[in-house]
Write a protein that binds this ligand. Structure first.
Ligand code: C2E
Ligand code: MG
Ligand code: MG
Ligand code: MG
Length: 276
């Protein structure tokens, strides 16, 4: 195929590459400035008990308020940050911001619910995360038992390297959640080696449960795996009442998704906490 296109095909591919590389470099450049200028913001999405609508937690999700491009979603810049060492600086900012926010909400007398934040595999391997988190706790006076670190299965693919870091983070009191469960390549054996408090079922498994019996069976298997291992379980990407009902009947009444609330600015999330 490539041969048929000959030089023109190669040329096109190369130009495409250049554009991509330039785009990536431009984002990287802007991300450096963004860290200095504090252009990042954390949005918070509620986690809810579907039986009564009570808020049981929240997830912090980063947003970038770009001076020219407006609000940028993490999908557009986290992978660029991961390819450079920028993810460490961003991760440190996230950790400090979420600790400070949790402390503020506690001081304001709002309902005390665990707030989770996301950590990239790369950040886990190349920055001294236990030190970063200990410093964030010391500087903000946050209660680590109200904080939960969300990591993905790709972190668990390197169990030897991460085990001691995870143990140190657990020992400080942080909770650990396994994000996007079932979408990665890690084997279930890793679940034995690492202390995980919560398993998050990815929305790809939730999407079609109203239509597909097979998907219901898969979700039920994921839920019972978590429960049998004495872990908590929460479903992500719950968009309809029907999905929430099927999940709850299957043993997972903790839900996160647009049906219960989209990610929102901290001030709005505080209002939700105040009402509950
Ligand atoms: P995630 O941690 O799995 O977060 C869930 C994503 O699903 C969020 O996208 C959220 O807005 C979206 N979502 C929640 N409920 C629904 C729903 O009902 N339907 C649909 N279609 N989507 C829903 P978001 O905020 O764009 O974040 C995307 C990913 O970026 C996150 O996936 C996480 O992997 C990463 N990310 C976000 N914030 C951070 C951060 O502070 N640090 C790092 N390292 N990664 C982050
Ligand atoms: Mg997450
Ligand atoms: Mg997820
Ligand atoms: Mg994810």
């Amino acid at each position: 195929h490539a041969k048929e296109n000959g030089r023109a095909g190669y040329r096109f591919f190369r130009d495409e590459m250049n554009v991509r590389t330039q785009e990536r470099l431009a984002i990287e450049h802007d991300l450096h400035l963004a860290l200095k200028r504090e252009e990042f913001e954390l949005y918070y999405q509620p986690k809810v008990d579907s039986r009564n609508g009570e808020i049981i937690g929240g997830e912090a999700l980063i947003r970038w308020n770009h001076p020219e491009q407006g609000r940028v979603a993490p999908g557009q810049f986290i992978s660029v940050a991961e390819q450079s060492n920028l993810i460490n600086g961003i991760g440190e900012w996230v950790a400090r911001a979420v600790c400070a926010q949790s402390r503020l909400w506690g001081d304001a007398g709002l309902k005390r619910v665990p707030i989770s934040f996301n950590v990239s595999a790369r950040q886990f391997l190349y920055s001294d995360l236990p030190v970063v988190l200990a410093q964030a706790i010391a500087d903000t006076g946050a209660d680590p038992t109200l904080l939960e670190m969300e990591l993905t299965e790709s972190v668990l693919m390197r169990p030897q390297e991460v085990q001691s870091a995870l143990a140190a983070i657990k020992a400080m009191g942080f909770r650990i959640a396994l994000d996007d469960f079932g979408t990665g390549y890690s084997s279930l054996a890793y679940l034995r080696k690492i202390e995980i408090d919560t398993i998050k079922i990815n929305r790809s498994f939730v999407n079609d449960i109203e239509k597909s019996v097979d998907d219901v069976v898969i979700v039920q298997t994921l839920i019972s795996t978590a429960l049998n291992l004495h872990m908590e379980v929460i479903a992500e990407g719950v968009e309809t009442e029907g999905q929430a009902m099927i999940l709850c009947r299957s043993g997972c009444c903790a839900c996160q998704g647009y049906f219960f609330g989209k990610p929102m600015p901290a001030i709005q999330f505080a209002e939700l906490l105040r009402q509950s």
